[in-house]
Design a protein around this ligand. Structure first.
Ligand SMILES: Cc1cc2nc3c(=O)[nH]c(=O)nc-3n(C[C@H](O)[C@H](O)[C@H](O)COP(=O)(O)OP(=O)(O)OC[C@H]3O[C@@H](n4cnc5c(N)ncnc54)[C@H](O)[C@@H]3O)c2cc1C
Length: 431
């Protein structure tokens, strides 16, 4: 039977439990949320000698950061061509470069801090689900080459079996050499250790229950303690609640995504599935994403649903659906045992882009990676840290300039489901 724990938890041995905050403390910067965004912000600040306190309501890496597929992929939910139409070529180029820089930054931080997070540099595949999707991928490839001198490789249908052995993906693919895979929870845990090494403080089981603007800063109340901070960074992403910042919470749709992981596969089977061991996503609206782990398991994700307080994780039908999807992709796995299954919540925004910056009230925030934040969260954390330290005008950054809009049909949990689904189907038209 499947474990409740994720594959990542089961393969991370060096997690430590940290104490909750039980007194009143003062700090330069308080960071709420111990995912990659909050951890990276705290890491870059404490490395430069800024006093930081990070509050996490569970344990660091508990959210999407410790649950994702560990696929560091370039680009955004929107194609670069779409982005260029909307914001112009120069700005789109800056955003594309950021999406490559952020992957390199993860690599750099992991190397500098000796974080052993199983990075493999084999590139990433976008698999065309339909012929017309392959035509779009070819356009995207040409567009990026002509306008940005950015090189990807088109995999023609006759070469697809060198990349993937699946009856579902025969139309072709786009390969990006910059994408790579890592072990997300080991990276989060490593960032936590690095923060403490550089003098930062982390309190776990310490939910920020409210934030009050006070003279020269903010007061944050936790169940047993209080923090006075000159600056505050909200990095609660898909787990944001209205009690912390109602505008932020209303600017995202929390979407759950789910992952199953097989038993260890014989070497010859694992090698055959994705022969070059790349990370893969497909082009469906409700996409599948999958990769082979270091110890030869297929990790297969998809099956999104509107997040209803995490309840979807205990829905067995959902994981059965995902297993059927996996068997459609790789029929030879029909009798493979599923050893792990789990889900997590990610934040979608109205324009399908990540957002970071400073609110009118002066609070910094990072949110809304739309399932694409494994690498970008580290870079946005670095940029927020830089702004706090140097007042470097974060608003010069093209990504920070994109306005974060409230989701117009935000309502009670549950009522949003069909609208959220329609919204996702409409995504290409919306942006
Ligand atoms: C199943 C799944 C698969 C994914 N796969 C990929 C992938 O392969 N590649 C990719 O690029 N992206 C992927 N993503 C998205 C990626 O994981 C996220 O974009 C990224 O981890 C966001 O990091 P974050 O720090 O902003 O948010 P999170 O990691 O969600 O962290 C937010 C944290 O805030 C804490 N928190 C919330 N409220 C409070 C409070 N009041 N007080 C204290 N703490 C609080 C939460 O407990 C949580 O730990 C996936 C997401 C999911 C769910």
């Amino acid at each position: 039977m499947s474990h409740i724990k994720s594959y990542w938890h089961s393969t991370t041995s060096n997690t430590k439990k940290r104490k909750p905050l039980t007194n009143q403390i003062k700090t330069d910067v308080a960071i709420i949320g111990g995912g990659f965004s909050g951890l990276a912000t705290s890491y870059f600040l404490s490395k430069s000698g800024v006093h930081t306190v990070l509050l996490e309501q569970n344990n660091i890496g508990w959210g999407a950061s410790g649950r994702n597929a560990g696929m560091l992929t370039t680009g955004y939910k929107n194609s670069t061509e779409n982005l260029s139409k909307k914001i112009g070529l120069d700005k789109a180029k800056e955003l594309l470069e950021m999406s490559v820089d952020c992957i390199n930054l993860v690599d750099q931080v992991a190397t500098e801090e000796n974080i052993d997070c199983s990075i493999n540099y084999n590139g990433g595949l976008k698999l065309a689900y339909k012929q017309k999707h392959f035509e779009s991928l070819k356009r995207e490839h040409e567009f990026m080459l002509e306008n940005f001198d950015y090189e990807t490789t088109i995999i023609e249908p006759e070469f697809m079996n060198e990349e993937i052995n699946s009856p579902l993906y025969k139309h072709g693919a786009l390969m990006d050499p910059h994408s790579f895979a890592f072990h997300p929870l080991k990276y989060a845990v490593g960032l936590g250790d690095a923060i403490e090494k550089h003098g930062g403080f982390i309190y776990e089981q310490s939910e920020a229950q409210s934030i009050k603007k006070i003279k020269n800063g903010y007061e944050i109340i936790t169940p047993e303690g209080k923090v006075h901070a000159s600056e505050i960074v909200i990095a609660t992403n898909g787990y944001s609640t209205k009690s912390i910042d109602s505008k932020l919470a209303r600017s995202i749709i929390p979407i759950d995504s789910h992952i199953i992981t097989t038993e260890q596969l014989p070497q010859e089977v694992a090698n055959k599935l994705i022969p070059k061991n790349r990370v893969t996503i497909d082009t469906k609206n409700f996409l599948y994403y999958f990769r082979v782990t270091e110890d030869r398991r297929l990790l297969f994700g998809g099956r999104v649903s509107f997040a209803k307080s995490g309840s979807s994780q205990s829905n067995p039908d959902l994981f059965e659906d995902l297993k059927k999807g996996m068997i459609d992709v790789f029929p030879e796995l029909a009798s493979s045992k599923i050893d792990y299954q789990w889900g997590g919540t990610t934040a979608f925004t109205f324009d399908f882009m990540p957002h970071f910056g400073k609110t009118k009230k002066g609070e910094y925030y990072i949110t809304g990676f739309c399932g694409h934040g494994a690498a970008m969260s580290t870079l946005t954390g670095k940029l927020i840290a830089k702004d706090i330290m140097e007042r470097s005008s974060i608003m010069d950054n093209e990504l920070a300039k994109l306005p974060l809009r409230k989701i117009p049909f935000h309502s009670q949990h549950g009522k949003i489901l069909n609208i959220a689904e329609s919204y996702m189907k409409l995504k290409d038209k919306l942006f």
